[in-house]
Design a protein around this ligand. Structure first.
Ligand SMILES: NC(=O)c1ccc[n+]([C@@H]2O[C@H](COP(=O)([O-])OP(=O)(O)OC[C@H]3O[C@@H](n4cnc5c(N)ncnc54)[C@H](OP(=O)(O)O)[C@@H]3O)[C@@H](O)[C@H]2O)c1
Length: 319
């Protein structure tokens, strides 16, 4: 099969189209003929090699999210899955390929009316946004700030908050054009990346932080009394080592900070929420935002476009 592998960590040119043996499903796994591949911001982080210390090796096939048709099951008892159209999480790699394997518990069937191209914009981001808002105890009428809202996680968080009868929904973004698109999805307050904008003095009950980096303390300072910041991404790097001082200095305001990873949510819970969100998308109640669809062989271009900052939503590859 054709696949794309990271031959050399660093810039996108270090990725190459290769011929690789098709993976064989083990018991408990399904083999999927891939139709669409979601390109995540984390794929670019892995490609840069900055996660080398976590055990990634040059030569890996990157990507973790596909949609397609099940063509084989590792265990004959799972044969009923063959022929079904599914979304699947493939683990820390293996998605940039014509065929991919996934564990049965990481597979969700696509409902009638949901295109594979939309499934890979929603399948991972939707549950992350749902459970992150739950972790933050985001409640009715409360105000929310989504830091780094123009990616697939932020786009889902805005839409879920809008459906949930929220107060103000603020976003950070880098341009008025991107802000306009975020407003169309439900944002009501636009801020620039540093948090300046049409609501300079406003404080928020919940800050969902996808960016991290040096500005984390200044966003902790934007929490209301009893406000909660939940970090779900580090697109802009780790916060400064003393970022917790922003909480301690405002002790009397009962603010808090936490992290959230989907890894801590049981797979059956993730699948239940994903299936509900897929059904909502098929009914037109949630929107998948796909920036562009490129052939698998253009994976390096997809990564260049992510690095350029032009992407709004998800880039999708098709074998
Ligand atoms: N917690 C979990 O379970 C989980 C699961 C999956 C992924 N993740 C994490 O989520 C992150 C990727 O999420 P995503 O794909 O939605 O994000 P993304 O598309 O990579 O970035 C979101 C937006 O952030 C803004 N941005 C980019 N660089 C920035 C910077 N240096 N400072 C401020 N803003 C910046 C950009 O929008 P503007 O240009 O409009 O500002 C960009 O569109 C990764 O860190 C990944 O590891 C977490």
């Amino acid at each position: 099969m054709k696949a794309v592998s990271i031959q050399t960590f660093g810039d996108p040119g270090g990725m190459a189209v290769i011929d690789a043996p098709a993976p064989a499903p083990k018991p408990g796994q399904l083999l999927i003929e891939v139709r669409t591949i979601g390109v995540g911001g984390v794929d670019a982080v892995i490609r840069r090699g900055t996660l080398g210390g976590y055990g990634f090796r040059e030569g890996i096939i990157p990507g973790s999210e596909v949609a397609g048709r099940v063509i084989a099951a590792g265990d004959p008892a799972d044969a009923a899955w063959v022929g079904r159209d599914v979304w699947a999480f493939t683990g820390v790699g293996g998605a940039y390929a014509e065929q991919a394997v996934a564990r049965l518990e990481d597979v969700t069937e696509l409902p009638e009316g949901l295109a594979p191209v939309d499934a890979v914009a929603l399948g991972s981001a939707g549950p992350v946004a749902h459970f992150a808002l739950a972790q933050a105890r985001f409640g009715r009428g409360e105000s929310l700030l989504v830091r780094g809202a123009a990616g697939s996680l932020g786009i889902m968080a805005i839409q879920l908050a809008t459906l949930g009868d929220a107060g103000a929904i603020a976003v950070t973004t880098s341009s008025p054009e991107r802000g306009k698109r975020l407003r169309e999805l439900g944002a009501t307050v636009l801020l620039d990346r540093s948090g300046d904008g049409d609501a300079l003095s406003r404080e928020f009950d919940v800050v969902l932080d996808i960016i991290g980096g040096h500005a984390v303390p200044s966003f902790i300072d934007r929490l209301a009394d009893n406000g909660r910041m939940v970090s779900i991404g580090v697109v802009g790097g780790y916060p400064p080592a003393d970022f917790g001082m922003a909480l301690m200095r405002s002790f009397q305001r009962s603010r808090s900070f936490g992290t959230f990873s989907l890894n801590t949510v049981p797979t059956d819970e993730r699948n239940r929420i994903r299936a509900e969100q897929f059904a909502a998308a098929a009914r037109g109640e949630l929107r998948a935002v796909v920036h562009d669809v490129l052939p698998l062989t253009a994976a390096a271009d997809a990564h260049r476009r992510i690095e350029s900052g032009e992407v709004f939503g998800r880039i999708v590859l098709t074998p």
